[in-house]
Design a protein around this ligand. Structure first.
Ligand SMILES: [Zn+2]
Ligand SMILES: [Zn+2]
Length: 154
């Protein structure tokens, strides 16, 4: 038995109205090059860390009313599987926060960029998979040492 404590990671949106604390290592880490992620993030790929939902704690350190700062966009069009994706974002600063498949409440996917400033993310958030590689920007290389590369989501 190891007594090594589970890692804690601290994330926040750009304005700091929303803070996200996670415990333990992510279930999976991946880049997604799908067009929906490109639009939603304003970047040519999304960088994601999936966690067990009960290992994620979302707080509002400025005392904001959660429903006024944490907004959810129900994305019912972009998923190839036909699954509705719940995309949350900060209503104040626009940071993209989490994605979750409707009907999969146990799994919550966090945008890795939110952990900027937490040095620990370097250790356990390197992506091991890439999805929708068919949409990868032509000038962008593959992740070195990446394990799984697929042209769709699994
Ligand atoms: Zn914010
Ligand atoms: Zn995607």
């Amino acid at each position: 038995m190891s007594n090594t404590p589970l890692p804690h990671r601290a994330a926040s949106c750009l304005c700091g109205a929303i803070r996200i604390n996670v415990t333990g290592a992510p279930l999976s880490t991946y880049l997604c090059h799908c067009r929906a992620c490109q639009k939603a993030c304003g970047v040519v790929f999304s960088s994601n860390a999936a966690y067990q939902a009960d290992h994620v704690q979302i707080t509002f350190p400025k005392g904001d009313d959660p429903s006024s700062v944490l907004r959810t966009f129900e994305d019912d069009k972009s998923s190839d599987s036909g699954t509705v994706i719940l995309r949350t974002f900060c209503a104040v600063c626009g940071s993209r926060l989490t994605t979750q498949r409707l009907g999969s409440p146990d799994r919550l996917v966090l945008a890795v960029g939110l952990f900027a400033g937490d040095e620990g993310r370097q250790a356990d958030m390197k992506p091991t998979s890439e999805y929708f590689c068919v949409n990868r920007a032509a000038w962008l290389g593959e992740v070195e040492g990446g394990i799984t590369r697929l042209d769709k989501m699994v």
